[in-house]
Design a protein around this ligand. Structure first.
Ligand code: ZN
Length: 291
């Protein structure tokens, strides 16, 4: 998964000045300023795509608004909040969505996580209570309004991924779904955002009922995954169907949904190295329902 980078991620905020060797993250229209160093295949899970990020010393002109973001394995990353920076030779804006299939892992994680922070800073330039221009908090990661003292912290929206399973005489089964209206939609698990006032367990029960019309029981937490593309923290659960296993598909959201045995699982996710959904489907295909 994207966050599994094998090096320490340290997001403790410290007010500090950027040095020449520090990395710069600059985003424009959902792209990040990178130097693509090699192109792999065009397939969804193609290997061989690689990129590098600019360092402060690579920029002809130092950005005027460099804000410390985080460190990974001792390397420091700064967000350039300027609208424009002068791109060094060889660097261009690549879609963050494309970069999620590129290496190295720690720079990919930095780009994806930095994109969420960048969006948060840019979306809060003005106070949403009084409209006054905001300022950055001096000692912690917060945005403050000097006029009405409102404080804003980074936004994280929880959502769930639900592996709905059952055990039959002929083996184990899992529900896979496919979204409507996306030409490249892969088979996925039931998923959705947590509503205000709702515990995660109720999100699982509600989403499974809404999307495929099933009751579930024996919810078990599996793993979680930051999914910065949508400001989300995804929480993965395994659960069992409770009662009638007949699926009723919500066609306003899904194109199709059905039960799959382990040997029927489509292999389109087998190369998915980035997502919790992919890991859970692959876990079921290879090892079955976890104990
Ligand atoms: Zn205000």
């Amino acid at each position: 998964m994207i966050q599994e980078i094998g090096r320490a991620y340290d997001n403790h905020y410290v007010a500090c000045e950027a040095a020449g060797a520090d990395y710069v993250l600059h985003y424009r229209e959902r792209g990040c300023l990178v130097h693509v160093t090699s192109h792999g295949g065009a397939d969804a899970w193609a290997e061989g795509n690689a990129f590098d990020l600019p360092r402060v010393r690579d920029l002809a002109e130092r950005p005027s608004r460099l804000v410390y973001a985080f460190a990974i394995g001792g390397a420091r990353f700064f967000l350039a909040l300027d609208d424009e920076v002068a791109a060094p030779a060889g660097f261009a804006y690549e879609a963050v969505n494309w970069l999620r299939y590129a290496e190295p892992a720690e720079l990919l994680f930095a780009v994806v996580t930095g994109s969420q922070l960048d969006r948060w800073y840019r979306d809060n330039r003005f106070c949403s209570r009084c409209g006054h221009p905001t300022e950055l908090g001096p000692r912690s990661r917060e945005i403050v309004c000097p006029e009405c003292a409102s404080i804003v912290y980074p936004k994280i929206c929880p959502g769930v991924i639900c592996a709905v399973t059952r055990r039959d005489a002929d083996g184990e089964k899992i529900v896979l779904t496919r979204y409507n209206g996306r030409t490249t939609a892969l088979w996925a698990l039931v998923a959705g955002f947590t509503e205000i006032g709702e515990p995660l367990e109720d999100t699982v029960r509600r989403e499974v009922m809404e999307e495929v019309g099933l009751h579930v029981k024996n919810l078990r937490f599996y793993k979680s995954q930051p999914w910065s593309f949508t400001d989300t923290l995804l929480v993965g659960f395994w659960c069992e169907v409770d009662g009638d296993p007949t699926i009723t598909v919500d066609h306003s959201e899904l194109k199709e949904a059905r039960w799959f045995g382990r040997d029927e699982i489509p292999l389109e996710r087998t190369g998915d190295r980035v997502s919790l959904t992919g890991e859970m489907i692959e876990q079921f295909r290879l090892h079955g329902i976890p104990e």
